[in-house]
Design a protein. Sequence first.
Length: 307
Amino acid sequence: MHKDFLDIIDYSPEELQALLDLAIRLKAEYFAGGNEPVLKGKTLAMIFQKPSLRTRVSFEMGMEHLGGHAMYLSPDEIGLGKRESVADVARVLSGMVQGIEARVFSHQHVLELAHWASIPVINGLSDYSHPCQAMADALTITEEFGTLKGVNVTYVGDGNNVAVSLMQICAKLGANFTIANPEGYSMPEQAIETVRPITAESGAKLTFLADPHEAVKAAQVIYTDTWTSMGQEAETAKRELVFPPYQVNAQLVSEAQDDVIVLHCLPAHRNHELTDEVADGSHSRIFAEAHNRLHAQKAILYTLLKG
Ligand code: CP
Ligand code: NVA
C-alpha cells in the first residue's frame, strides 16, 4: 500500500492495472447514477504553482463525486518554498486535511511534500513527470484497444514531463513505446534508465528516433504535447524554430496504422504541435482523453484517501 502517488515508476504493473480497473468501474458507476460517497468528510488540498484546467477540475469534481471536498490553493496564497518552507506547508496541511495534490515547478518540491506530510501526496504535474495524465492516457488506450499490452505508442515532440510518464506506463503495462524528438530535446537519461530494466523483463520495445516519419509507421497511438512547457516560456522562440518538423498533421497521421488514434494531454497549441484538422478529425481522441482525467483521478483518490 502506497501513501503517495508521485510517479508511475513507483507502482507495480499489478497496482497500475488495479487502478485502471477501478477507474473503469467508477466511470461506469458514475454514469449509472453516481458514485458511492466513500470520501465523505475528507478534504483534498490542491496546491497549484502553475495554471490548470483539467487537473484542477478533475480533482475537484472527483472529490465531490466521491462525497468529499476539495480546496484550491493558488500560487499567491501558499508561496510554496517562499512564504513558507515546503516542509512546514506539508506538516501544517497534515493536521487539517486528508490529502494533498500539488502542481509544482520543481519535482523536488513534490518529493519533499511527500516526505514531510503524514497524509497522501499526489503529483499533479512537475517539471519531471505527470503521472495522473498517464493514468488517463492508459485508460483511453485501454478503451480503444482493450489493453496496453503490445500496443505501439509513438510520442512525437518534446521529451518532457508528459513523455516521461507515458513512457513509464507503457513500459509497466507492456506497450511498445517509440519517441521521435529533435536533438537536444530527449527525455532525461535518468528517466530512460528507470524503464530499461522493466522493458528488458516484459519484452516491450523502447525506441528512440529523430525522424517522426519513421517513428509513426507502426503506430496505433500517436501522442504529442506542447513544444514549450510551463516554466520554459523564455525558450518559446527558439523552440518554434526547432519543432515544426515534429508537427502532428494529416500527412504524418496517414503514415501510421489505419486504426491509429491521436492523443494530446491538452492544452493544445493548435496548428503548432497539432493541426486543427487532426485535433478535430476522426483519429482524434483528445476530448475522451481529457474526460478520462476525471475517472482516472477518482481511482487514485479512492485508493489513497479511502483509508
Ligand atoms: N493535461 C493537463 O494537465 O491539463 P491542465 O494543465 O489544464 O491541468
Ligand atoms: N508539458 C506540459 C503539460 C501541460 C499539461 C507542461 O508542463 O506545461
